[in-house]
Design a protein around this ligand. Sequence first.
Ligand code: ATP
Length: 625
Amino acid sequence: MRQAVEAQVLSPHCELGEHGLRQILTDVIEEVRKSVNPDIDGADILHSLLNASWLQSLLKVYECLQRYLRNSPTPALDYASGLSLQLLIDIRSLPGCSEDAKELYRLLRQPHLQALLSAHDTVAQKDYEPVLPPMPEELPDDEEATRIVCLVKNKQPLGATIKRNEISGEIFIARVIHGGLADRSGLLHAGDRIVEVNGFPVDGMEPEQVIQVQARSQGTIMFKVVPITERPVHSQTMLYVRAMADYSPQQDPAIPCADAGMSFRKGDVLEIVDQTDALWWQAKKLPNSTACAGLIPSTNLLKRSAREFWWSQPYQPHACIQTLSTVEEEEDLMAIDEKCVEADEEAFESAEDDLSSHTDSIYLAGFRRSMRLCRRRSHSTTQPSCHTRCPSSCYSALNSPYEEVVRYQRHPQDTQRLIALIGASGVGVNELRRRLIELNPNVFQGAVPHTTRAPKGYEECGREYHFTSREVFDNMVYNNRFLEYGEYKGNLYGTSIESARDVLNAGKICVVDIEPNAVQAVRTHELRAYVIYIKPPPLQRLRETRQLSHITTNYYVNRPFKDEDFQEIEESARKIESQYLQFFDHVIVNEELQDACMQLLTAVRKAQDEPQWVPATWIRPTAEL
Ligand SMILES: Nc1ncnc2c1ncn2[C@@H]1O[C@H](COP(=O)(O)OP(=O)(O)OP(=O)(O)O)[C@@H](O)[C@H]1O
């Protein structure tokens, strides 16, 4: 017996008999059993091993495979899946079918069995697409090395653009779109020369004609290409940007291929996946909804070209460069303002106290009437404050079509991020801010504004306002110490960076409301503002929800809302959105007050505790696109 086993080992390729290996194993077991009795060392272990059921099963499989190799079976039919389908139909139509028929029906319906039958048919039909053309017998010595590339299209675009050399008429792959079909194949590269598409020579053709040939092919498409000899080595660095404007490739006559372009809206965060081309970058919109990138104009291209070509909406310069309201509007507003100040001066003076909110001896700074009227007034007239707080960072961010951003997660030991609320006058910015602070004054606090007006008897410096001389105030303006400031009735009012910093350094979350054109002043490395835009609901809902509310305008204190107020809010909101949308980290529609307040609380928590996209300059002060 032992001799028999050795013979098998020495000649591993010889075939085993009908009972084959299993028989040998049985003999071995018998041998071992005999050895167990005389108590030979290790025989016990070997005996249990050879008796193991898994080894027996494995050997059965092995024998089956051996038999299969010997018989080299061919499929009896090549339409097993069709047949199984027919069987299913037949069984279903049986009036009263047996349990066996039902079981067969269940088995045949199982997806893995259907897949198996379909695979069987593919093999049986020898359906091994694509059929490559035969290699020519004799190749001339000077023939360029060509590559045949076959791609299965499955209705998706190829993901590559082509260009024509105007002198030679040769067609080249201009670019391969990141994540597209050609890119995923790894077989086509920018610079490869296309010789044939589906057997058609393409030399001398217009790129559009080549595309037509390509588009006609269903299923597989075959390229004969002369590969580029030296593929450029790209050291791509990860780059994320926030779009500062809208872009629509369909409206851009200069894009090399509009279908390969990617549209985006201001505020979208884009991942730049390819900057090989200095003019046309490839990007994906985050969060990654598609695996395939699209073409977008590079910063250089946008800076260098006339903007009206690129933007679906005309570019809106910043308030620093151009005032927000037209001259006509300004004159109109100023006229109203003067008239009203005259009529209502007394009312405003006495109303100052009503708005100075305090609960349990905690003052809610920055809600004073004069301060708010000053801000509203400065918003409607030429805005001087932003100009002073608009150093190069602001200027460049607004002139740059993309702002580089990075993912930032506040370290628990860092100060909290400033929360800046923005919204049309009357939409409820102050109401929401006040409610948030009142929810937990130990956590949330406003910044104490500065003023040059004289303190009233009950007022304390540093509580309602920081009372300063005009000289000190001017000096602070000169040194860019204000986030925003303005003048009201001959007195200056402003919110300083120091006031915000004091709150943050005390470990609290500073919540300010700012005019939209001061947004860049708070988007700094130091304050790391999280900008929340308070949006009005649709006009009808605005009317319904504000039925019992009162508005304070430039010349009326707490009067019921009128229809023209709602229209003004809507119009103003539209203007703010068209100019500043790209800076909003979060948008809250202030419809139901309680609901909006809860949304605000959640957003503020997220801003502090969850990772957010922030300008790269906050983290790397030198970052600029
Ligand atoms: N969702 C809401 N439902 C009903 N009333 C609201 C809502 N939000 C705000 N209001 C009310 O609307 C009025 C105007 O709100 P608020 O004073 O907060 O405006 P604002 O946006 O701060 O404008 P401004 O900066 O001009 O003072 C207030 O009386 C406020 O209570």
